[in-house]
Design a protein around this ligand. Structure first.
Ligand code: 5RP
Length: 234
């Protein structure tokens, strides 16, 4: 049974349990990448508590929202100007492919910063409720692609030639959604993606694409939670 069958409160509880389990992986002296999204909020709150209890670590945030929350909880921040590598990043995901731990991320619009931090990390641990586990990426979820505002229509046509149906992401007020990096997000329906690494390469090779929400070969572990409890996938 997947947590997709549970109510919203139950799903929040699964997210909380997965995030709090992963928060215990942070050790004294680490540089930690802080993810973005509702599951990452539980992580940041747990790390705020651990910081107050005396754990010493420095954090690199993956979005403005994450940075604001972490700073409000007293978590000390650092940046790539001071640190070349991140010891451990803990982040959420929109879909996790069973077996490979390839991911779709970016429903929250933070995919570029999330990928930069993930790529600089010794270890990327994904936290999620177990409804995020899928056999094939793209089955239930659109692939977010971050593109430059200039020429986005042309970039969208090229993406369309790869076989995707494209919709520019908009805010509830109908304006274009703008990422923390000042770019637009095109939500791309590829259907089930049979070769995520190949699709990632093809998407990223298009001029105007800044990056895609396909994360292949980056996650080393996932902590999920559902009706059967916590699972630690390695
Ligand atoms: C933001 C992300 C999030 O990690 C992803 O959308 C999962 O969010 P949530 O924890 O709220 O389900 O990639 O860009």
């Amino acid at each position: 049974m997947s947590s997709a069958t549970g109510g919203a409160d139950q799903v929040r509880e699964y997210k909380r349990q997965a995030a709090e389990f992963a928060a215990e992986m942070v050790q004294d002296g680490m540089v930690v990448g802080l993810g973005t999204g509702s599951t990452a909020v539980f992580l940041i709150e747990a790390l705020g508590r651990r910081h107050r209890e005396g754990l010493r670590f420095l954090a690199i945030p993956t979005s403005v929202a994450t940075e604001k929350l972490a700073v409000s909880l007293g978590i000390p921040m650092t940046s790539f100007a001071e640190h070349e590598r991140v010891d451990l990043t803990i982040d959420g995901a929109d879909e996790i492919e069973r077996g490979t731990l390839n991911l779709i991320k970016g429903l929250g619009g933070a995919l570029l910063r999330e990928k930069i931090v993930a790529a600089a990390s010794e270890k990327l641990v994904i936290v999620a409720d177990d409804s995020k586990l899928v056999d094939h990426l793209g089955e239930h979820c659109l692939l977010p692609v971050e593109v430059t505002p200039f020429g986005w229509e042309s970039t969208a046509r090229h993406l369309g030639r790869l076989g995707a149906r494209i919709s520019p992401r908009r805010t509830p007020a109908g304006q274009f959604f703008v990422s923390d990096g000042g770019n637009l997000i095109l939500d791309c329906n590829f259907g089930a993606i049979s070769s995520p690494a190949e699709t990632e390469r093809a998407v990223r090779s298009i001029v105007g694409v800044v990056d895609s929400g396909l994360f292949t070969g980056l996650a080393s572990e996932a902590v999920t939670c559902g009706p059967e409890g916590l699972a630690h996938l390695v």
